[in-house]
Design a protein around this ligand. Structure first.
Ligand code: GDD
Ligand code: MG
Length: 355
């Protein structure tokens, strides 16, 4: 069995997810009760050939290492490679690969999917490809890398973030690749380089075996607040099957064993209440509410279609709808937060405020 390494590109600043990513780098933003990368690591663990996951980091690497550790708790060895300065997606892969000569599986550190990775690796081997890229169809490719292929699935063109006028296909780069490190010689060492704008077009130009695997199952890039909210709703709806919603019967209310839900509190599924949270009598939570660890929802408060991170306090009679709240936020008495608001950690909303 040929051993492989996985590289997770997790060094971006997560600017589009600000303010959530000011103190929590995007790779470890929580999805329910787990840091995001843990979902990717669980997927990689299903491939027995992968004996190590290399995390390519740049922004707040210490925070990520603190949360994920050496991998022993996750069941696969993790290694951290921190760039001296951001090297871009291509430079980061080259730097993280170092002296590795076996095929590498690369993941953008913000995509969640249920892809059959073993099938992608099998295609890569069968076609003896220098690079294999996963494509997925989306309605609007302008925010992604557009990829054209021929009838045999060979990549013909790679165009990163095309203008609307240049859209020729709905298949985009899903941010999952199998690559042969010997091709990395065309990227400069220790200098910024984009895998999308430079490395992939160079493979096409040189007519190397560059193969596409089209996947039309569940796929999402969690990099904006809208998508971050969407992925939670998808999991609550069972569109992406994972704990704690896997096989959870209607009304799909998931409450941690040590959370406190007082008599007289109303939980409307789907919703999730994490460890140590308290829902006071008379509070209403759900549908589509995610309540983080040790967050307290007071009497008469309503939380609906919202994600509330750990250690928040939602005061009596307050309402939180269509919003995302970072850690340690406080929403005062009878205050309301909504309309797509995204509050950074420790935001305090005074009593009676309407935001
Ligand atoms: N180590 C390191 N260094 N990682 C980086 C750097 C860097 O300089 N720059 C970006 N990354 C990481 C990010 O943390 C993220 O996990 C991944 O690389 C992709 O960067 P994004 O900033 O999220 O890119 P995008 O979403 O706009 O576009 C990319 O993903 C799309 C799919 O979601 C491209 O690969 C598109 O072609 C693709 O369609
Ligand atoms: Mg992204």
């Amino acid at each position: 069995m040929a051993v492989m390494k996985a590289i997770l590109l997790a060094g971006g600043k997560g600017t589009r997810l600000r303010p959530l990513t000011i103190h929590t780098p995007k790779p470890i933003v929580p999805i329910f009760n787990r840091p995001f990368l843990q979902y990717q690591i669980d997927l990689l663990k299903q491939i027995p050939e992968i004996d190590e996951v290399i995390l390519s980091l740049n922004y707040q690497p210490g925070r990520i290492e603190e949360v994920l550790g050496d991998g022993s708790a996750l069941g696969i060895p993790l290694r951290y490679v921190v760039e001296p300065a951001p090297l871009g997606t291509g430079g980061a892969v080259k730097y993280a690969a170092g002296k590795v000569s076996e095929s590498v599986v690369v993941f953008n550190g913000d995509v969640l999917t249920q892809i059959d990775l073993a099938a992608v690796i099998a295609l890569h081997r069968e076609r003896q490809a220098r690079a294999t890229i996963v494509l997925t169809p989306v309605d609007n490719p302008t925010a992604y890398g557009l990829v054209e292929t021929d009838a045999d699935g060979n990549v013909q063109r790679f165009l990163e973030k095309p203008d609307a006028a240049h859209i020729t296909t709905n298949n985009i780069n899903a941010g999952i690749y199998v690559l042969e490190p010997e091709t990395f010689d065309r990227m400069p060492a220790d200098e910024p380089c984009s895998i999308e704008r430079s490395y992939f077009p160079s493979l096409v130009e040189r007519q190397e075996t560059f193969v596409a695997y089209v996947y039309d199952g569940y796929w999402i890039d969690i990099g904006t607040p809208e998508k971050y909210g969407e992925v939670h709703r998808d999991i609550m709806d069972g569109r992406y099957a994972t704990a704690p919603f896997l096989n959870l019967p209607e009304p799909r209310v998931s409450v941690a064993p040590d959370a406190t839900v007082e008599d007289g509190a109303t939980l409307q599924g789907p919703c999730f209440i994490d460890e140590g949270a308290t829902i006071k009598s008379g509070a209403r939570v759900g549908p589509y509410a995610v309540i983080g660890r040790h967050t307290r929802i007071d009497a008469g408060a309503t939380v609906e279609n919202a994600i509330v991170w750990p250690h928040c306090h939602i005061g009596p009679e307050a309402s939180v709808r269509d919003a995302i709240l970072g850690r340690h936020c406080h929403v005062g008495h009878a205050a309301s937060v909504g309309g797509g608001a995204v509050l950074g950690d420790r935001t305090a909303i005074t009593d009676y405020t309407r935001a």
